[in-house]
Design a protein around this ligand. Structure first.
Ligand code: MN
Ligand code: ZN
Length: 340
């Protein structure tokens, strides 16, 4: 079978690999049909993802059709269209015992620490397969994974209707978070970004207020918009050096600050900013078994994943696809690799 492997940073190659076999653990054989290109895949390609190991078949937004099942596979049957969870936990460390496999101490992520979805077949446990709703094409179903990331951060924020929410950043991550935040009907959803066009889009998608952070002071504006209190939840979807401090300053007493970035650039904050307001600063990483939640939201018509795919490339044109991503063409939204 064909696979796309990042042999080393900057070196993408198409190679022939042995088709995986069913085993007691990996009891479902999936013939891949669509795999999304995510910012983190691009990071592994460029060598900027500290977690990745090489050589690696990347891709963690993995959709396919069940070709065969082995003993004990009860969740899916041959012919089912499925999306595959990327999180492979050890099952026995502290995080796993606390029901938080996405931050397992021995975490393996498909497409990062072990081979992912840019290959024609995968063998996985049936517990990692989720049925794709009929209303979505295989390419559209890829969007379920990025949406799980948004659901995870709202879950970490313990969002409630009386919250006032600041989302910093209105790119792919921020706009996906906005969609999910709105479902909680919070009193206010404020979106900050440096790009007026993205802010206009955020307003169309249900933001109550927007702030251009190049022109206005985000914490000061958040206090104004919330009667002086500050927002009760800040979510950092910009993940740049300054955004953590912005979030801490914008958030009022007893609020929650959610970080999602992987930057290791030092940034100066002080204890008083957290202690005086007794803020909860919580990381949100990957997702904790959120696929079914997103699929249920799609099926209920609460989340629309249609219209998010801007381009598709055949798997064997992966180099072209990654070069196109690097061109930063403004028409790029989600790019999907297809198999046929
Ligand atoms: Mn992704
Ligand atoms: Zn574990």
């Amino acid at each position: 079978m064909k696979a796309v492997q990042i042999a080393a940073p900057g070196k993408l190659r198409i190679l022939e690999m042995e088709k995986p076999c069913l085993s007691a653990e990996n009891n479902v054989l999936v013939k891949m049909t669509a795999a999304g290109i995510c910012g983190s895949d691009v990071g592994i390609y460029h060598g900027t993802n500290a977690a990745a190991t090489y050589p690696r078949v990347i891709g963690h937004e993995m959709v396919g059709v069940v070709e065969a099942v082995g003993p004990g596979a009860s969740k899916v049957k041959v012919g089912d269209r499925v999306i595959i969870d990327q999180v492979v936990p050890c099952g026995h460390c502290y995080a796993c015992r606390k029901g938080r496999p996405n931050v397992c101490g021995n975490l393996q992520v498909r497409g990062v620490h072990r081979d992912g979805g840019y290959r024609e077949y995968m063998a996985v446990p049936d517990s990692d397969c989720y049925l794709v709703p009929d209303t979505l094409t295989d390419a559209e179903a890829v969007m379920i994974e990025p949406t799980t990331i948004a659901v995870q951060c709202c879950s970490r924020a313990a969002l409630e209707a009386e919250d006032t929410v600041l989302i910093i950043g209105s790119g792919a991550l921020g706009s996906s978070i906005l969609r999910i935040v709105r479902l909680y009907t919070p009193a206010k959803v404020i979106v900050a970004d440096i790009d007026d066009a993205k802010l206009a889009e955020a307003l169309e998608n249900g933001a109550t207020d927007v702030i251009n952070s190049l022109k206005e002071d985000v914490p000061a504006r958040c206090h104004e918009l919330t009667g002086g209190y500050g927002v009760t939840v800040s979510i950092d979807a910009a993940c740049v050096k300054t955004s953590l401090l912005t979030a801490l300053q914008a958030t009022g007493n007893a609020g929650r600050v959610i970080t999602m970035g992987f930057s290791v650039a030092p940034t100066e904050i002080n204890q008083f900013a957290i202690t005086s307001k007794e803020l909860d600063v919580r990381g949100s990483r990957l997702q904790n078994r959120k696929f079914q939640d997103v699929i249920d939201l799609v099926a209920a018509g609460k989340v629309n994943l249609k219209g998010s795919i801007s381009h598709t490339f055949p798997l064997t044109d992966a180099q072209k696809a990654f070069d196109f991503v690097d061109s930063r063409d403004p028409s790029i939204r989600k790019i999907v690799l297809t198999f046929d």
